[in-house]
Design a protein around this ligand. Structure first.
Ligand code: NAD
Ligand code: TYD
Length: 351
């Protein structure tokens, strides 16, 4: 019988890459994409696979526990890959409660629904929770996050993700639910909503708008190409032991300001503008409250135990990403209208 896989948040950035990979690679799975379609969810991200026979879309809110029970009972999912979340740190500072409701309550609703329908019969079942390295807090100039690093979240976003990770582990330890967690570093690539650094800056350069660099631009992030994250999720989903955790990252640390300068150079080249044009748009603005200084992931457990490694260098990935946004300017224009514009004004115009 066809295996039924529920992917939550599949209309978002990373989720759409995971849905695409699973639908194309596993015709013997039926992939159900459950998504509320918030400002960050966009079915345009999945146009190329939406008519495949092994794909279905369900518009639903994971905050609704009763609905989750009904849907799990109706479809009898064999596995869950849970990506649905509120994912932007700045929005979490403006509205923490929505992060608790989706990221914490929503995750517990899914755990309850899985526990209910699987009813202690866990053979062949899997609950995979996709999380972030931000749960580990902030590093000084040296060291890496390992799977043993104690949790120390600072933003409402990372606190809500840390809490959801704890619930997933608690359902494994208490009820034996067959769970797996991965914690990944910053992703970049196609279909990322242009509120996050890289697509926001590509979009602003396109329109000669200022590039708002928080603080002095000294914060460090460890960037991974989104398709390499999706490949890691595929490998972990199929190979990891129940109850395990894997860190995912590309050993690719960049100080924000250095990354932005590289991005500006690539954009000047691609847009045929004189070198230095985009850099002039850099504008230093007030720092983010509680801004974590540095994230850096040690993903050696994943590389050693499950044989994953990144497939592209940062230079290749960034160039592919810029090419994609420039070839898909209609997509950018669609997602930068409406609700996003209001939010943008609150974040940047009245900052
Ligand atoms: P995203 O914001 O692009 O997408 C989130 C998706 O979840 C959207 O499609 C949205 O409509 C959906 N959603 C939100 N609330 C919902 C609800 N209540 N019910 C159902 N659907 C809902 O996020 P992303 O960047 O793709 O991140 C996906 C997951 O990966 C998140 O759990 C995030 O914490 C994690 N993660 C992200 C990064 C990153 O760099 N973006 C890194 C590590 C981990
Ligand atoms: P972001 O893409 O929001 O990811 P996260 O906060 O989850 O790491 O931000 C990446 C880095 O870029 C972070 O240090 C904040 C900084 N940043 C800016 O300087 N300006 C911006 O407009 C944004 C969105 C982020």
């Amino acid at each position: 019988m066809q295996k039924k896989i529920l992917i939550t948040g599949g209309a978002g950035f990373i989720g759409s890459h995971v849905v695409r990979l699973f639908v194309n690679k596993y015709p013997d799975y039926h992939v159900f994409n459950l998504d509320k379609l918030t400002y960050a969810g966009n079915l345009e991200n999945l146009r190329d696979i939406e008519n495949k026979p092994n794909y279905s879309f369900i518009k639903a809110d994971i905050q609704d526990g009763e609905l989750m029970l009904k849907l799990f009972t109706l479809h009898q999912f064999d596995a869950v890959i849970h990506l649905a979340a509120e994912s932007h740190v700045d929005r979490s500072i403006a509205n923490p409660l929505e992060f608790v409701l989706t990221n914490v309550v929503g995750t517990v609703n899914l755990l309850n629904a899985a526990k209910y329908i699987w009813n202690d019969k866990y053979e062949g079942k899997r609950f995979y929770h996709v999380s972030t390295d931000e749960v580990y807090g902030s590093l000084g100039p040296t060291g890496y996050f390992t799977e043993e690093t104690p949790y120390d979240p600072h933003s409402p976003y990372s606190a809500s993700k840390a809490s959801s990770d704890h619930f997933v582990r608690a359902y494994h330890d208490t009820y034996g639910l067959p769970t797996v967690i991965s914690n990944c570093s910053n992703n970049y690539g196609s279909y990322q909503f242009p509120e996050k650094l890289i697509p926001l800056f590509i979009n602003n350069i396109r329109y000669n708008k200022p590039l708002p660099v928080y603080g002095k631009g000294e914060n460090v992030r460890d960037w991974l190409w989104v398709e390499d994250h999706a490949r890691a999720i595929d490998i972990i989903f199929h190979k990891a032991a129940n109850g395990s955790t894997y860190n995912i990252g590309g050993h690719n640390e960049w100080k924000n300001i250095d990354l932005i300068k590289v991005l500006c150079k690539i954009m000047d080249k691609k847009l045929g503008r004189p070198e230095g044009t985009s850099e002039k748009l850099i504008t230093f603005v007030k720092d983010r409250a509680g801004h974590d200084l540095r994230y850096a992931i040690d993903s050696s457990k994943l590389q050693r135990e499950l044989g994953w490694e990144p497939s592209v260098t940062f230079e290749e990935g960034l160039e592919k990403t810029v090419d994609w946004y420039l070839a898909n300017q209609e997509w950018l224009d669609h997602v930068t209208s409406g609700d996003y514009q209001k939010y943008y004004e609150e974040q940047y115009i009245h900052r």
